[in-house]
Design a protein around this ligand. Structure first.
Ligand code: GLN
Length: 347
């Protein structure tokens, strides 16, 4: 006869609910923060169900195969492998991205960069031509739908791009393609060049572009920062990047999930963390069109240092630093002074 305690441990684990409880316990004992959520996400992956269906099935029995599979995933997580690598996916900008250990796992904070890039993109686009209120006075504007009522300013701004050169965006160090694909998805007139030094990362980014139906408006290059687009000087309306920015010496201190599992070349920003900012800022002026903007994610408290890099490079409006929802400096944005503007007085 089994003891009461071991019986109690076995019986509930045969239901979905019981398995989550037991899995949570296992992860908690391994020192994992957010053990309950991780256990749930892993079990949902085993059962291949979404949140709602999962909660409806809490009292159902879990068959032996599923239990074994769940156990395997829990052990991986207990060894600090990030959930996103275990299940091979991560949500970003409400899109489902494939991730492998070849790419950095997209972070929610990076959505601020997408948001700001979208806001800039609508400014880069020339304003909608003035349309006289009386239909008979309307100029010929290529088959534009009339009287559709209030549309949001974004789709309005892009509607007028018909027949005009597309908005060109460059994403440096694209990784999973989270930023590039999100922008391509949001901006139907955009053409996005995604560059990464890792061929494996480029494959993941391409896969994500295909999954989200934007592959035909994207180009992928394996290479070092601007090098693959060297022919496209002054070619971009927008440059975005989430470069490696962890200071060399700080790498030992980061969570084991990051240090042991994420690609070091996507994290290591050199001795002062600014290695890639220097290189990106140095090239940005050559590759942006006048009036175009560059937005870069920032490491902890790097705003002033990177703003100084832009000021020293010259040719940019004063850079702006944006904080994320946790109040941390997260994104820096700078606009290239257009030749027609005050750029001429700069040295
Ligand atoms: N956001 C990651 C972290 O702080 C670092 C990503 C990066 O270096 N760009 O863990």
């Amino acid at each position: 006869m089994k003891s009461l305690t071991s019986a109690l441990q076995t019986v509930p684990a045969e239901s979905v609910r019981g398995a989550v409880t037991a899995g949570t316990e296992l992860l908690r004992n391994a020192g994992i923060d957010g053990a309950r959520l991780d256990a749930e996400v892993l079990l949902r992956d085993v059962l291949a169900v979404e949140k709602t269906e999962f909660f409806l099935r809490l009292d159902e029995a879990l068959d032996a195969t599923a239990q074994r599979e769940f156990q395997k995933l829990l052990l991986r997580r207990a060894r600090r492998e990030p959930v996103a690598y275990i299940i091979g996916r991560k949500e970003f900008w409400s899109l489902d991205f494939v991730v492998t250990p070849a790419v950095l796992i997209p972070r929610p904070e990076t959505e601020l960069l997408v948001e700001l890039a979208l806001a800039r993109a609508t400014q880069v686009v020339p304003p909608r031509p003035f349309v006289p209120p009386h239909p008979s006075l309307s100029p010929v504007v290529g088959g534009e739908g009339k009287g559709e009522g209030a549309r949001d300013s974004r789709s309005d701004a892009f509607a007028c791009l018909d027949g005009k050169p597309p908005l060109k965006i460059l994403d440096l160090g694209t990784g999973s393609g989270a930023i590039a694909v999100s922008l391509a998805k949001e901006l139907p007139q955009a053409r996005v060049c995604a560059v990464d030094i890792s061929a494996a990362a480029i494959e993941v980014a391409r896969l994500n572009a295909r999954r989200h139906g934007v592959e035909e408006r994207m180009e992928f290059f394996c290479g070092d920062l601007f090098e693959p687009v060297a022919e496209e000087r002054e070619g971009f309306d927008l440059i975005v990047a989430n470069p490696p920015y962890i200071r060399n010496g700080d790498l030992v201190g980061v969570a084991p999930e990051i240090r042991k599992w994420e690609p070091i070349m996507a994290l290591n920003g050199g001795a002062d963390g600014l290695l890639y900012y220097r290189r990106i800022v140095a090239g940005a002026g050559d590759y942006l069109k006048g009036g175009g903007s560059i937005l870069i994610e920032l490491g902890d408290a790097m705003g002033d240092a990177v703003a100084r890099l832009f000021a020293d490079a010259g040719g940019f409006e004063p850079a702006q630093v944006y904080r994320d929802y946790a109040g941390k400096e997260r994104v820096i944005a700078a606009t290239k002074i257009s030749a027609a503007g005050k750029g001429s007085d700069r040295g």
